[in-house]
Design a protein around this ligand. Structure first.
Ligand code: PLP
Length: 386
């Protein structure tokens, strides 16, 4: 399906709402019925129609159809956060006594689920370096039910060979789940490589304006229906109609925002790579990236997120560098209009800083929609303190 069609037309039945170009926000918690039999039918199959907005809602449905099509998936559920999409996807596929194989350093709250919540139910997780397919083969146990991927991984951008992992998992009857937040469906469609479930934080590029928290999960209709009827309705973590509307609006400009950010990021990477105070730039579409060939094979592009290692001897130097930035904000998240930075050293006490550890001197930069020259000038004036 053509991306322009998906973004501008798919699922938009304008005759239903006075030919309005922008779809309405169906801000209703419940939907009324004329006959008891209609109500009965809705109770029997909540996935088949509108009953209550913790379940289905017409504004959310427009978004669901577009996001499913973008992922080349049969169906989609949209959550009120990326974290709840992760939780539902995993929870729906494990039971007491099961085992999960996950890439090392998955997203913080996926990690929390694997380490703190699931062990309470006797579910264990083995973390592996996902860059080598043999590590998956070695980690799989007879009770492994789920393989959890994040490619590229945030900070390290480590990739997994999606086709190879999918093939291995299918042979063992294991469900594969990927966090695709970095790429979005514009730059990577894991279902095309045989991955079962694809999730992303829509807070990032889909929303695109740092004003909405949301998550997306796509897969087969059968799987989505099963998750809808259990985890989705029970946890009650569906997206609100208003936030769904904001995401539909975000989608209109997704490809052009990514195009701009991709181009700007290339300029910022080029600047950082030649800077004498930068030891290393880690970015999956950089020719020096160790998995560059795999990146090219399974991703159509890489956009705004990169890590660089600064040549600093003290934590104070890194702190001063970050605090001296005038336009690049210090904040979590990414994917919005504004450029952002996070130093790794914000994650530990200053006394633990060890300049010998490359990790401690890492900064994660997100390149937003600003003019790249404006961002480079900001970085340049901040580097002057070193
Ligand atoms: C932000 C993020 C999430 C979580 O999404 P929320 O919308 O914040 O709940 C998951 N994975 C990655 C890679 C993220 O960056």
């Amino acid at each position: 399906m053509d991306i322009s069609y998906i973004i501008n037309e798919l699922a938009e039945d304008r005759q239903q709402y006075f030919n309005a170009v922008s779809p309405p926000i169906m801000q209703s918690s419940n939907f009324a019925f004329d006959t008891v039999d209609d109500l009965r039918t809705a109770f029997e199959d909540e996935y088949g129609g509108y009953l209550y907005s913790r379940g289905l809602n017409p504004t959310v449905d427009i978004l669901r159809k577009k996001l499913a099509a973008l992922d080349n998936a049969e169906d989609c559920l949209v959550f009120n956060s990326g974290a709840s999409a992760i939780f539902a996807a995993v929870l729906a596929n494990v039971k007491s006594g099961d085992h999960i194989v996950s890439v090392e350093h998955p997203y913080t709250w996926a990690h929390k689920m694997f380490n703190v919540i699931l062990p309470r139910f006797g579910i264990t997780t083995t973390y592996i370096d996902g860059r080598d397919i043999e590590n998956f083969e070695r980690a799989i146990l007879p009770n492994t039910r789920v393989i959890y991927l994040e490619s590229p991984n945030s900070w390290s951008y480590a990739l997994q060979d999606l086709a190879a992992v999918a093939e291995l998992a299918r042979a063992e009857n294991i469900v594969t789940i990927i966090d695709n937040s970095y790429c979005t469906p514009i730059y990577q469609r894991p279902i095309d490589f045989g991955i079962d479930l694809v999730l992303q934080s829509a807070t990032k590029y889909i929303g695109g304006h740092s004003d909405t928290v949301a998550g997306v999960l796509t897969g087969t209709k059968k799987m989505m229906e099963r998750i809808f009827n259990s985890e989705y309705l029970t946890i009650g973590s569906g997206i609100s109609p208003f936030n769904a509307w904001l995401l539909i609006r975000g989608l209109r400009t997704l490809p052009m925002r990514l195009q701009h950010i991709t181009k700007s990021t290339r300029e910022v990477v080029t600047y950082l790579k030649q800077h004498p105070k930068v030891e290393e730039v880690i970015f999956p579409f950089d020719t020096d990236f160790p998995q560059y060939e795999l990146a090219k094979k399974q991703m159509q592009g890489a956009c705004g997120l990169l890590t660089f290692v600064i040549k600093a001897n003290t934590v104070a130097e890194i702190e001063q560098f970050c605090e001296k930035l005038k336009h690049i904000l210090m904040a979590v998240s990414w994917g919005g209009h504004e450029s952002l930075i996070i130093p790794k050293c914000a994650g530990f006490k200053p006394g633990h800083f060890d300049p010998e550890k490359k990790e401690h001197r890492m900064l994660r930069l997100y390149v937003g929609l600003e003019d790249p020259a404006y961002l480079v000038a900001d970085l340049e004036q901040a580097f002057a303190i070193l």
